[in-house]
Design a binder for this molecule. Structure first.
Ligand SMILES: Nc1ncnc2c1ncn2[C@@H]1O[C@H](COP(=O)(O)OP(=O)(O)OP(=O)(O)O)[C@@H](O)[C@H]1O
Ligand SMILES: O=C(O)C1=C[C@@H](O)[C@@H](O)[C@H](O)C1
Ligand SMILES: [Mg+2]
Length: 177
C-alpha cells in the first residue's frame, strides 16, 4: 500500500471528476474505481448506452442541445446512487443545474492539465466540439472552460503527470483505504 489512511478522518466516497477532454477523467476514474472498489459512473458511456449510438453520431444527427439533455438526464439518475465515482463529460459545466446536482452528490475534483498536453493526448480527436477546429478557436474555448472548472471544482489535481502519481494523490486527498 502506497498511501496511509488517516485514522479518525472520514473517507470521501462520493467523488465527481471534471475537466477538459483529455484531462484523464475516464482513465483516472477507471483506475481509481479498481483500486478502491467504488462503483464508477461514466456519464459519456451511459449517454451512449441510452442513445444506442456514439457521441459523435448523437452530435451529428441531433445536435449539441439534444446531447446536453441526455447528459443532464443521466446525471439526475446517477446522483440518486450511493457511494461512487462520477466520470463526467468535459462539457458538464456548461449547465449550472448539472453542477448543483453534482455538488449535492459529493466532492468535485478538477483534473487540471495544460492545453499543450491535452492536445497531444487528443491527437486522434473524435470530440465533436474540437474536431477540425483551428488552434485559436481551441485556445479560446479552453480558456472559457477553465473559468468554469475553476468555479465548480472543490479540489484541483494536476493531471499533467503519470497515472500512478495522480491516483496516489487522489487516494491521499480522499483518505480512502
Ligand atoms: N496521466 C496521463 N498520462 C498520459 N496519458 C493519459 C493520462 N491520462 C489520460 N491519458 C490518455 O489521454 C487520452 C484521453 O484520456 P481520457 O479519455 O481519460 O480523458 P477524458 O478526460 O475522459 O476526456 P473526455 O472529456 O473527452 O471524455 C487517453 O488516450 C488516455 O489514455
Ligand atoms: O467538452 C465537451 O463538451 C464534451 C466532452 C466529451 O466528454 C463529451 O461529453 C462530448 O464530446 C462533449
Ligand atoms: Mg471521458
Amino acid at each position: 500500500m502506497l498511501w496511509k489512511r488517516l485514522k479518525g478522518v472520514p473517507a470521501i466516497k462520493r467523488l465527481v471528476l471534471i475537466g477538459f477532454s483529455g484531462s484523464g477523467k475516464t482513465t483516472v476514474g477507471k483506475l481509481l474505481a479498481q483500486t478502491t472498489s467504488l462503483p464508477l459512473y461514466s456519464i459519456d458511456q451511459m449517454v451512449e448506452d441510452k442513445a444506442g449510438i456514439s457521441i459523435p453520431e448523437i452530435f451529428e444527427r441531433y445536435g449539441e442541445e439534444y446531447f446536453r439533455q441526455l447528459e443532464s438526464g443521466i446525471i439526475k439518475e446517477v446522483v440518486e446512487k450511493g457511494e461512487g465515482i462520477i466520470d463526467c463529460g468535459g462539457g458538464v459545466v456548461e449547465r449550472e443545474s448539472n453542477m448543483q446536482l453534482l455538488k449535492s452528490f459529493g466532492e468535485i475534483v478538477w483534473l487540471k492539465c495544460p492545453l499543450e498536453t491535452l492536445l497531444s493526448r487528443l491527437e486522434k480527436n473524435d470530440r465533436p466540439l474540437l474536431k477540425n477546429k483551428d488552434i485559436l478557436y481551441i485556445q479560446e474555448f479552453f480558456g472559457r472552460r477553465e473559468v468554469l472548472y475553476q468555479r465548480y471544482g472543490d479540489i484541483t489535481v494536476n493531471s499533467d503527470r503519470d497515472l500512478p502519481r495522480i491516483i496516489a494523490e487522489l487516494l491521499e486527498i480522499l483518505n480512502l483505504d
